[in-house]
Design a binder for this molecule. Structure first.
Ligand code: MLT
Length: 385
């Protein structure tokens, strides 16, 4: 059977491939430690789990959910944006709950990208920005994120003829996989660029709460005029250890939210109401759990940075995210080093090249396994070097 041309260039999903490698190694009896995906090992806070179990017994939750999310969840998201960023959004027209932000990131293209249109994608970047483009028949223009440019895209380097044909641009700070943060004035620059070229901006902001050393991450929508040009994706996954629950949202420009909602209501039937109500418990309940997670990731960050430093892998402690972006040791490519570490140490790390061509020369380590496993993983890596 011949697949659609649209998917002939679609790469397998990075983390699905990594899962296959883990399964194969485990089948050989290897005690695999995965520092691949960013998937918190801590439990979802109890008050959120309690809300889910309570609501799951309410039969009103058993029918189809609203296509556009429960009004009370949209209100709760809007109130959180006001509390957290001091921004006001209309919960009825500017907020769209998603079945996890990955789903939304893959579907936003359907609303804006026609075959042949360009999408501006950070390189390295979360793989779904590019795969969503392929699925829509669009063309990716990679925006290299280089160390010299503090892992921010150089907007002046985007050829005008491409910028003029681009419909959508993804940005993501705090950044996955590089852990970089947006510098002062960067979001303003993006707004100006998007206005000049009539581009919809999608800022992916799932790591805004996981920051350290006094850094507080902004919303893209805080930049003047940002809500005229775009939306922000957010998620409960990383802030509240809820990756398995699949709940996130898009917020911002009203016409983008309308078009996006139209696409989604034709594709999916919304999020289980009990999960939406548990989402409200997450956003409106006690927030000490988030402080606890920040402390845990900071401790692991410092532990790994110190241990890697001892074996000559120097990395600046990042001020946000759950990742370390580390230069590949001399004599290896990203992929060969990741393979070596898997084969010889039973440790999974992600090769930087899997996030785009400019990721070559780096590997990514995720801090989402218990301290003792991280310590053991780093010791096993050190033994190979
Ligand atoms: C990652 O490891 O990059 C993320 O956890 C993957 C995801 O959010 O889908």
């Amino acid at each position: 059977m011949e697949t659609a041309k649209r998917i002939q260039n679609l790469p397998p999903y990075l983390f699905a491939e990594i899962d296959k490698k883990i399964a194969a190694k485990k089948a050989e009896g290897v005690d695999v430690i995965s520092l691949g995906i960013g998937d918190p090992c801590e439990q979802t806070p109890q008050h959120i789990v309690d809300a889910l179990t309570r609501e799951a017994n309410d039969k009103s939750c058993h029918r189809y959910p609203s296509y556009f999310g429960l009004p009370e969840l949209r209100k709760s998201i809007s109130k959180w944006y006001q509390r957290r960023f001091g921004l006001d959004f209309n919960p009825d027209t500017q907020v769209l709950p998603l079945i996890g932000s990955k789903e939304g990131i893959a579907h936003i293209h359907t609303a804006y990208v026609d075959p042949g249109d360009y999408v501006l994608v950070p390189d390295p970047g979360y793989p779904v920005y590019h795969s969503g483009t392929i699925l829509a028949g669009g063309q990716t223009h990679f925006m290299p994120l280089t160390e010299e440019n503090e892992f921010l895209p150089d907007l002046n380097a985007i050829p005008t003829e491409i910028a003029d044909k681009a419909k959508l641009m993804f940005i993501n700070y705090p950044n996955n996989p590089t852990s970089a943060i947006a510098t002062e004035g960067f979001f303003e620059e993006v707004v100006e660029f998007a206005k000049a070229h009539n581009i919809v901006v999608a800022h992916d902001n799932p790591y805004s709460e996981l920051t350290f050393d006094g850094y507080v991450a902004p919303s893209f929508l805080s930049a003047p005029g940002a809500a005229d040009v775009g939306i922000e994706f957010h998620s409960l996954s990383k802030t509240y250890n809820m990756t398995g629950w699949r709940i996130g949202w898009a917020i911002g420009n009203e016409s983008v939210i309308e078009a996006f909602g139209r696409v989604k209501s034709n594709i999916d039937s919304g999020i289980f109401n009990a999960i939406q109500k548990a989402g409200i418990a997450a956003l409106e309940g006690p927030q000490e759990c988030v402080d606890d997670m920040r402390a845990i990731y900071k401790r692991r960050r410092d532990l790994v940075v110190a241990a890697l430093g001892k074996i000559g892998l120097h990395v600046e402690p990042p001020r946000a995210t759950i990742y370390l972006w580390i230069k590949t040791p001399e004599g290896h490519t990203s992929a060969s080093f990741a393979q070596l570490v898997l084969d010889k140490a039973g440790v999974v790390i992600s090769p930087g090249s899997a996030y785009g061509p400019s990721g070559e020369g780096f590997i990514r380590i995720s801090l989402t396994v218990p301290d003792e496993r991280i310590e053991e993983a780093v010791a096993r890596i050190a033994a190979q070097l």
